[in-house]
Design a protein around this ligand. Structure first.
Ligand SMILES: *Cc1c(COP(=O)(O)O)cnc(C)c1O
Length: 784
């Protein structure tokens, strides 16, 4: 379609759909019509990809989360239509940006894990791999965050305002039934798939993200008094992302969700396989199911159930086939995040699946006994122990591949968290360091930098980032190039400063260092250490006449889980400190603090390109990989980090001269934890730290405009004192402060800093999810 045809179609549709003259249509209406019109342009390619992939081995990426963000710009750019559409819109007097901003984020994820799944889909389609996503079509995404009086408020995240999404297609004819309970308490739920096209770069391959929605089965008796309970329970399954699982009810619902999309996905695969006349025995030749963390682990016993109960296969054969089909990605080392479910819940909700888990356990134990394992060795690796089902163990035993998501993380899995299982299945373990898509995180969100790169080295980096970006190193002594890098960064900082002034009414100095920490709020990520450094600077600026700093703006974005008290207090602390600092004329020329509410993918797109400093300061050994660190790096921010997750691999590439690494290392943290070192002893000897603790204990004394009770930060205080500062905030604080001083000095020499930026951008190619996906495809999925 050419530009003229496109704008004609657009105008005529807009009029017929709204019954208004063009000038009176709203940005929302224009956006919907544009999305619909564009979707039609890809239909033929979508069908062609589907037909082609049917005859091949395909990968199914089972993930409870896909944090897609907005789709319009991404889709238009991947299709190669963005500039045509932009011009068509401009000619009829419409600014495409206002339409882009009318789109709600598709927020079907919590953070890194969900965004990783979305980056993987983009890479797989862009590289032409047949990969289909499988997930839940939540009615509401991860909550929208509002900040009121410095505190977080959660609001429902609407991404389906009109009941249906612009890009999805409902495939009612492919619905399957998922059963809960048994006998008289059997409850059947209809799983209806909605398919979303995943458009690869250049538009050739279009894959699918399949999202399952729960509905009452049609046979349910509408007249029954129990019907409304049944309908409610059914709809609840796909109502919310991550219902609060701190209660037994919440845990049951979460388990129902996990089984829902695992079972629906598995049933659809087997049905399609058989309907093509293929032998069940060849299932693993056509399907690999990659499970993103343990949330979809029930697909393992569920597939066994389908093979055995519905297709008459023997248990041993079915079990072997499943082990050849499923591959597991582990995402965490935190003991509290390794999923364990009460045995009785699984028994009650899915009795047949429970029996199969017991049978798997029996088979596993027998196989170990035959290898000469002792009783105590068996006890250490039991899948069912102390009334709980250990999902990670089930996932390891039922998969042919187990991977960690960064080199350090995989090492720690092998040598620590899953040590005993690694000893049994050493060949199954492998590493796949995470990556992010450069199309969304550089090409679209930092168009000026993307243009400069393409001007210098051509555009092959958009699909071969790992090799191509290294060519930028040739410009390391090119002063005009370095100046361009600095100018582009400055432009992005001004864009962010305008947004902050406009949305939050806070004026910031765009020539100050933009120091950004954006990620989910968690104790191990140590936003608290960042705030402590700010309080430290504030207190010195207030009390020491000769103390000066290079002007700095600290920017935060973070959502806290609704029931996570500590995390909510840290958000409040950041906002209180921001309020005090920004309104204090003694310091606000040098120091500003901004909390950006509702950190999500579209906010991220604005923030990464504007960063000078990338805060990656987790307690070493706790962050599996991180992907925010990679987005910062490709946008020319310098990492200030601990040797944790993928920071290790960033540092390995850019070296000490181009990153700021500080603090305890993973083995030191683990040793000190084992020794029960008194982590607060440090505070007793340090006046500056004592003042920070005083502030936490008596926040009302410091002149914030919020009304604060003395116990406002009680949970933070008790975690530090009673919890012995489990995450080593004070242990690392001195090293952190020193690293921050070094950063300020480096920043002051603009060309030195620009060279650091260049080195980081050039070496960021390794962290493209294209590289990661190529590795999965070759080593795990065995795709062509
Ligand atoms: C990349 C990303 C994350 C992950 O950030 P980490 O720093 O790796 O924890 C979380 N949320 C959003 C919206 C992201 O884009």
């Amino acid at each position: 379609m050419n530009k003229q045809e496109f704008s004609q179609q657009f105008i005529s549709r807009l009029k017929s759909q709204t019954g208004k003259p063009l000038e009176e249509t709203t940005a929302n209406e224009r956006y919907y019509v544009l999305a619909e019109l564009t979707k039609e342009l890809i239909t033929d390619n979508w069908i062609a990809s589907e037909l082609e992939h049917r005859n091949q081995k395909r990968v199914y990426y089972f993930s409870m989360e896909f944090l897609m963000g907005r789709l319009l710009t991404n889709n238009l750019q991947n299709m190669g239509y963005y500039h045509m559409v932009q011009e068509a819109m401009t000619e009829i007097g419409i600014d495409i940006n206002t339409l882009e901003n009318a789109e709600d984020d598709m927020g079907l994820g919590n953070g890194g894990l969900g965004r990783l799944a979305a980056c993987f889909l983009d890479s797989a389609a862009s590289l032409g791999y047949p990969v289909q996503g499988n997930t839940i079509r939540y009615q509401y995404g991860f909550f929208d965050q509002k900040i009121v009086e410095g505190q977080q408020i959660e609001l429902a995240q609407q991404w389906l305002r009109r009941g249906t999404h612009e890009w999805e297609v409902c495939r009612e004819d492919e619905a399957v039934v998922v059963n809960y309970g048994s006998g008289a308490s059997l409850q059947a739920v209809l799983a209806v798939p909605y398919d979303l096209p995943i458009i690869g770069y250049n538009g050739k391959t279009i894959n699918t993200l399949r999202m399952w929605s729960a509905q009452p089965v049609t046979e349910a008796l509408v007249s029954s008094a129990e019907y409304s309970d049944y309908e409610h329970e059914t709809r609840m399954i796909t109502q919310f992302l991550y219902p609060d699982d701190s209660t037994p009810e919440g845990q049951r619902l979460r388990l129902r969700q996990q089984y829902f999309f695992s079972s629906a996905g598995a049933q659809a695969l087997v049905r399609n396989h058989v309907s093509k006349g293929r032998e069940l025995e060849t299932f693993a030749d056509y399907h690999t199911i990659q499970i993103n963390d343990t949330h979809p682990t029930l697909v393992i016993p569920e597939l066994v159930r389908i093979f055995v109960d519905e297709h008459g296969m023997g248990f041993e054969a079915a079990w072997k086939l499943v082990q050849q089909t499923v591959a597991y990605t582990n995402h965490t080392l935190l003991a509290e995040a390794l999923e364990e479910w009460d045995e009785i819940y699984i028994q009650e909700l899915f009795p047949r699946v429970y029996d199969i888990i017991v049978a798997i356990e029996k088979w596993f134990m027998a196989s170990l006994v035959s290898k000469g394992y002792t009783e105590s060795q068996l006890a250490a690796v039991k899948i069912i122990a102390n009334g709980k089902v250990r999902m990670a163990y089930l996932a390891v035993v039922g998969s042919f591949s187990i991977n960690g998501v960064a080199a350090l993380h995989t090492d720690l899995l092998k040598n620590d968290a899953l040590k005993q299982l690694f000893a049994i299945y050493p060949d199954r373990f492998n590493n796949k360091t995470n990556g992010v898509t450069q199309r969304r995180w550089l090409l679209y969100s930092n168009p000026e930098l993307a243009k400069l790169i393409t001007e210098k080295i051509g555009d092959a980096w958009t699909t071969d980032m790992e090799n191509e970006l290294l060519r930028l190193l040739a410009f390391i002594d090119d002063e005009s190039f370095l100046d361009r890098l600095l100018e582009i960064k400055q432009g992005n900082k001004e864009r962010l400063a305008d947004y902050i002034e406009d949305q939050l009414g806070v004026a910031i100095d765009s020539s100050s260092i933009f120091d950004i920490q954006i990620k989910r709020l968690h104790a191990y990520k140590r936003q608290l250490m960042n705030v402590f450094h700010i309080i430290y600077l504030y207190q010195r600026l207030k009390t020491e006449a000769d103390f000066t700093i290079v002007p700095r703006t600290f920017i935060f974005g973070a959502k806290a889980a609704a029931s996570y008290v500590f995390a909510k207090e840290v958000i409040q602390l950041i906002n209180v400190v921001a309020d005090i600092v920004n309104n204090d004329p003694d310091v606000n020329k040098y120091l500003r603090v901004v909390f950006i509410p509702n950190y999500n993918v579209s906010k991220a797109e604005l923030l990464f390109p504007a960063a000078d400093v990338s805060e990656q300061i987790s307690t070493a050994g706790k962050e599996a990989s991180g992907t925010g660190n990679m987005k910062f790096m490709m946008n020319g921010a310098i990492t200030l980090g601990t040797l944790d997750g993928a920071n290790v691999e960033i540092h390995e590439r850019v070296g000490d001269d181009n990153s700021f690494i500080f603090g305890l290392q993973a083995d030191e943290v683990s040793e000190l934890s084992n020794k029960h070192q008194d982590n607060l002893a440090i505070v007793a000897e340090n006046k500056q730290y004592q003042k920070i603790m005083d502030f936490l204990k008596n926040p009302q004394d410091l002149g914030s405009s919020f009304v604060l009770a003395p116990d406002t930060f009680a949970k933070i205080v008790s975690d530090l004192i009673d919890g012995n500062d489990e995450y080593f905030v004070f242990s690392d604080l001195a090293a952190y402060i020193k690293a921050q001083e070094e950063i300020a000095e480096a920043y002051s020499n603009r060309h030195v800093w620009a060279k650091m930026m260049l080195v980081n951008i050039a070496y960021s190619g390794y962290f493209s999810s294209d590289r990661t996906i190529h590795q999965y495809a070759k080593d795990i999925w065995r795709l062509g």
